[in-house]
Design a protein around this ligand. Structure first.
Ligand code: AHN
Ligand code: ZN
Length: 338
């Protein structure tokens, strides 16, 4: 019950109990009481997990999206046309990037801008390339083969394409940029892990390029949210180390929305590992506070789930319930932004 309503009830009770002398003040003109301020309701669209699932399946159907492969080129074109179909102003950065092993990658960052003229912006991002090597696969014969990349690559992008579809129907108050980074996953092979110090910047090549050369000079955003490995059944999103270091208020903003929506079993309040992912360069180079929503599974070989960087990272590892928890939470966050 509102405070004003309680006050009026109290007044009513007091005057009802009043004696004859008080009765003389009743039924007269009363002083104006300040009106109650009611916030206008915020409309948050309903995230459709089956649509997101279908966008992941579409990516996987192109085959591995390893830079320089035909699956990569075809999937990139699909993502650009999908984002344009939802009314975004899309630009791409087509650039050759050198991987740590000397490979020259024909990489493509895809930047979809909603309300490009709006000065207040929120950045949503994911990587769209897939890893050339299943170097965590239990079978050594697979460790130089490309993996399907349903969860690692496909899932974050699938959620963002569905968010783009919702943005095409209901505008946010802030401008939104959806950036799909390339060449995130061409980093140091497990067999070369002793070379970590030399090659600690071998991951996230596309986002490193964009952070140094943003699509607009002086680009900034209020904050960023990176989605990586967000599709597995029973996923647990911990507070990733760089996210708490650079953007703890954004962690709290997102995790409290998730809790209010009933998604606390996914968005757990536990400390996770520290991951050199795309958000690291957004934070450290551009100074935009950016969090990483990423599955954490300390029991698994590299901490991201048993399927991670194996040939098993296929559609079997995608659960619409997890996509819904992530997608609805992110939608609720951005539609509440004033
Ligand atoms: C490291 O493994 C150090 N960084 C990359 C995190 C990652 C890989 N995300 C997806 N694939
Ligand atoms: Zn990966």
């Amino acid at each position: 019950m509102g405070r004003l309503v309680k006050f009026l009830l109290l007044l009513a009770v007091v005057s009802a109990c009043g004696g004859a002398s008080e009765k003389s003040t009743a039924r007269k003109e009363q002083p104006v009481v300040a009106a109650q301020v009611v916030e206008p309701a915020v409309v948050v669209p309903i995230f459709d997990a089956d649509s997101a699932y279908s966008y992941i399946a579409a990516q996987v159907s192109f085959g591995p999206r390893v830079p320089n492969s035909t699956g990569h080129v075809k999937c990139g074109n699909y993502l650009v046309s999908k984002l344009r179909s939802y009314g975004a102003e899309v630009v791409t950065q087509d650039v050759n990037l050198k991987a740590y092993n000397g490979d020259i990658l024909r990489a493509r960052n895809i930047i979809a801008q909603f309300q490009p003229e709006n000065p207040v912006r929120v950045l949503l991002c994911a990587h769209w390339d897939t890893r050339p090597w299943a170097d965590t696969d239990p079978n050594p014969a697979n460790r130089y083969k490309p993996l399907p990349g349903a969860n690692d690559g496909g899932s974050g992008v699938g959620v963002l394409i569905e968010i783009a579809r919702q943005l095409s129907q209901v505008p946010t108050k802030v401008g939104v940029d959806i950036i799909l980074f390339d060449a995130e996953d061409y980093g140091l092979h497990e067999n070369d892990s002793h070379l970590w110090n030399k090659h600690r910047h071998s991951w996230a090549l596309g986002s490193q390029h964009w952070a140094i050369n943003p699509h607009k000079a002086g680009y900034s955003a209020r904050y960023g949210i990176l989605l990586d490995i967000v599709g597995a059944p029973g996923s647990r999103f911990c507070h990733e180390g760089y996210s708490t270091h650079f953007a703890n208020n954004i962690i709290n903003k997102v995790w409290s929305r998730a809790e209010a929506l009933g998604y606390s079993s996914y968005f757990v309040n536990e400390e996770g590992g520290t991951v050199t992912d795309d958000h690291y360069y957004i934070n450290s180079v551009l100074g935009i506070p950016c969090i990483d929503i990423i599955n954490c599974d300390p029991e698994s070989p590299n901490g991201f789930g048993p399927h991670h960087h194996t040939m098993r990272d296929d559609m079997e590892w995608i659960d619409p319930l997890t996509l819904k928890a992530v997608g609805q939470t992110v939608l609720t966050v951005i539609y509440n932004e004033k």
